[in-house]
Design a protein around this ligand. Structure first.
Ligand SMILES: [Cu+2]
Length: 765
């Protein structure tokens, strides 16, 4: 029996006990999220170290110990079942992602307004505005900058003048409200009959309650989640405005109103990376500049002469771009990275996806182009399932048959409002499966090939997907990247938190009118790691105590083929970059485990928790975003070994900024499955496992991170900072200062710790 699930058959006493425990936990989560008590205090009081809550906290309700929580692992202690009322699975259409409007960008000039007011600026815009008193203890005489980005040259947009914005996208973070501008990016026939402009209330199912604006905080305050479309060589300026409540306590019991937006795994300057300590406040905006460049653009194909390094133009052709085409990326997502509140904020709705289009991955399956180079004829467009330029008039970014899926387990309270429990540092598990923030929907398809970009947006849950009839799927991408070769699988690999799997399903094998389901095979009993991978038959049997096992998305093959399927899945997609001539200048070892300690105690930048990271054999350290744990030299390549310090848990480790290749899993390349042999940005360690990767550090500099993407582990101190010195690597390492955001402006402090192994040896002569 799983610890965190209470079935309908549980005794009334147990359900009451669980409900009481939940109320008590809610009080702690609330006090913590509203800043009335710090985690350090809670830890010191021992409230987070045992299963029972024993001590009263000043001003809060007394916490009672649970008779059931202390008596063994077979006793559920978590959240009572999320009430579903009469709502049945597969009775609502899956709303496809809501495409964010893209506007051609021009700077404003005196007397001529630009696309964005105020104009975006290279260094942060420090124009002062009067602060809302709720941000500053009721004071009415306080002022702070309009932009939350840290000011000054170290946080200026790198190469802003070389790559000025061409597209503006504006988005806000706000509380739940109806979506009155829904745009799925395609006609209703490709969206289970739901048309553009359909009003979408903020609820997990039409039969469930509408979410309270304090409970769900999403992009633009609405569902479904938002999709950003971009293409190489066309810089985007994302202006993200924080419209969350000014009062920290107005959070519905969990979540923090300060945010930092990580474009996971953007190859951008660190000022645009969503650094955990570069958060911004309600009433501020943050301008993220995404130049969207191929990695290596400063040193490889710098004159942009290789047709494979390209982006779609608006007329069915391509524009050449600099860089290495082997670094082309396709499927990103973006989400909050607020220090020690990432799990709550992402769970609350701060997550979207970003499709990046290229000459190779065009989003127009009917465009065939080829070129001859050195006597060899090659095609550029891979023609993956997407949509037809001839039907839509769009030469790129067609999404008719290219479908984003955001999978996440959620839980709600007895009023049907989103609920969260951070009490368990092993991780948070919900008991309700959602796709695109909707409870178990259906999706209508034509009998043809579809691409699905599947994101695991859970807090702590792993998935493993299969089709209910056991028929094959073709995996074409892993994380941001297309694989070197497609891999045919009847069961995908376990998919860790934040990993993206791009797959193609060919529905042409089904007869019109039939149905097939996506099934989750992973059973969890806690947030540490999957308990076991079930067989398809076991998962379909309904016997697992884990309510998120089994069918969660219904495909209805009920739309007649609207035109011949012109898409392809070529035998070669995108080979990995050839690194044989790139010397490895350094190796580092990071061990992820329990028993983390703090050595710095900076109240702004450090955080105590059970988890930690050991760098190069040093101490198992808790998170401190003021500590520099590594500082690779600009323009070099390194090998990093990621070690799981324990056999009882798994960690999906995310390394920001540049894609890595897995060289070895548990000591051998033979252990790396084919679907993991592309480039990656999240590396599942597996219990007791070791992953050796290689990465380059190119093009942009600044302050980046590495952390577990089980965001409960991340928030509880399994995170570290590493920097790339902005200079070219020939000088002495310059320690970048740490930003400390306040409503009145960002202070900078010196790094409060630099690990000895972060210091670089003298550069080679
Ligand atoms: Cu972890």
């Amino acid at each position: 029996m799983g610890r965190l699930y209470l079935g309908e058959k549980a005794s009334r006493a147990r359900l009451r006990e669980a409900a009481r425990a939940r109320e008590n936990r809610r009080e702690i989560v609330k006090a913590l999220s509203q800043g009335q008590v710090s985690r350090r205090e809670l830890l010191k009081w021992g409230l987070f170290t045992s299963a029972g809550l024993l001590a009263p906290i000043g001003g809060l309700n007394p916490f009672v110990s649970s008779a059931y929580a202390t008596s063994g692992s077979d006793i559920p202690t978590g959240i009572p079942p999320s009430p579903l009322g009469d709502v049945q699975a597969f009775t609502q259409p899956m709303l496809r992602f809501d495409v964010l409007p893209r506007r051609p960008f021009v700077f404003g000039r005196p007397g001529v307004p630009g696309t964005l007011t105020p104009n975006p600026t290279e260094e942060a815009n420090t124009t002062k505005q009067r602060l809302n008193p709720d941000l500053v203890q009721g004071r009415t005489d306080q002022f702070g900058p309009v932009e939350g980005r840290p000011p000054g040259p170290d946080w200026a947009h790198q190469d802003f003048r070389r790559f000025p914005p061409r597209i503006a996208i504006e988005v806000s973070q706000e509380g739940a409200k109806d979506n009155i501008n829904y745009d799925p990016g395609c006609d209703a026939q490709f969206n289970s009959g739901v048309a553009r402009g359909t009003r979408c209330p903020c609820c997990f199912h039409p039969g469930l309650v509408v979410q309270d604006p304090l409970k769900l905080w999403t992009f633009n305050g609405s569902i479904p989640p938002k999709l950003m479309l971009g293409r190489y060589g066309e810089p985007i300026l994302l202006r993200h405005t924080n419209k969350l409540p000014f009062r920290m306590a107005d959070n519905g019991g969990f979540g923090r109103h300060t945010i930092s937006t990580h474009e996971h795994n953007g190859h951008h300057g660190a000022e645009n990376d969503g650094f955990t300590g570069a958060f911004f406040f309600p009433g501020q905006f943050y301008d993220y500049h995404y130049p969207i460049l191929l990695a290596g653009f400063r040193s490889i194909n710098t004159l942009a002469t290789d047709p494979l390094a390209s982006a779609p133009d608006d007329n069915g052709g391509i524009r050449l771009v600099a860089g290495d085409w082997h670094e082309t990326m396709s499927t990103h997502w973006f989400h909050d990275h607020m220090f020690s509140f990432t799990s709550q904020n992402v769970y609350k709705g701060n997550a979207g996806m970003f499709n990046i289009y290229s000459g190779l991955d065009r989003g127009a399956e009917d465009i065939h182009d080829e070129f001859t180079q050195n006597g060899v004829t090659r095609t550029v467009n891979l023609r993956l399932p997407s949509g037809r330029a001839a039907s839509t008039g769009k030469s790129w970014g067609n999404v008719e048959y290219d479908v984003n899926l955001m999978l996440a387990d959620k839980a709600w309270d007895r009023d049907g409002q989103l609920d969260f429990d951070i009490f368990d540092f092993d991780g948070f598990l919900g008991d309700v499966m959602t796709v695109n923030l909707l409870y178990k929907p259906f999706f209508e398809v034509e009998p043809r090939k579809y691409r699905f970009r599947i994101l695991n947006a859970s807090v702590s849950r792993f998935f493993k997907l299969a089709l209910s009839d056991g028929s094959p799927m073709i995996q074409i991408g892993n994380d941001g990247n297309l694989l070197p070769n497609p891999v045919v699988l009847t069961e995908l690999d376990e998919q860790g938190i934040a990993e993206r799997y791009d797959i193609v399903i060919d529905f042409s094998r089904y007869t019109l009118g039939s149905k097939v389901w996506l099934v989750n095979l992973v059973e969890h009993a806690d947030g540490k790691a999957p308990k076991q991978d079930l067989t398809l038959a076991q998962a379909l049997s309904g016997l697992s105590p884990d309510p998120c096992v089994g069918r969660f998305l219904e495909f209805r093959i009920n739309r007649p083929l609207s035109a011949p399927d012109q898409s392809r899945v070529p035998a070669q997609l995108i080979p990995n970059p050839d690194l044989t001539n790139v010397p490895v200048v350094r190796e580092r070892v990071f061990e992820f485990g329990r028993g983390g300690k703090n050595t710095t105690f900076d109240p702004d930048t450090s955080f105590d928790g059970p988890w930690g990271i050991k760098t190069d054999g040093g101490l198992m350290l808790n998170a401190d975003f003021g500590r520099i744990s590594a500082a690779p030299r600009m323009g070099t390549r390194e090998i990093w070994t990621l070690v799981n310090g324990g056999a009882g848990w798994d960690h999906p480790i995310h390394i920001h900024f540049e894609e890595g290749q897995i060289l070895e899993r548990d000591g051998s390349f033979a252990n790396v499955p084919p679907a993991e042999r592309g480039r990656k940005d999240v590396y599942r360690l597996r219990p007791g496992g070791t992953v050796k990767i290689t990465m380059q550090f190119r093009d942009f500099a600044g302050t980046y991170m590495e952390h577990c993407h089980n965001t409960v582990h991340e928030d509880n101190a399994m995170l570290l900072r590493w920097d790339i010195d902005p200079r070219d690597g020939t000088g002495a390492f310059r320690r970048l200062r740490t930003p400390i955001p306040r409503p009145q402006g960002v202070d900078f402090v010196d790094a409060d710790d630099v690990l000895p192994t972060a210091e670089n040896p003298a550069p080679p002569k």
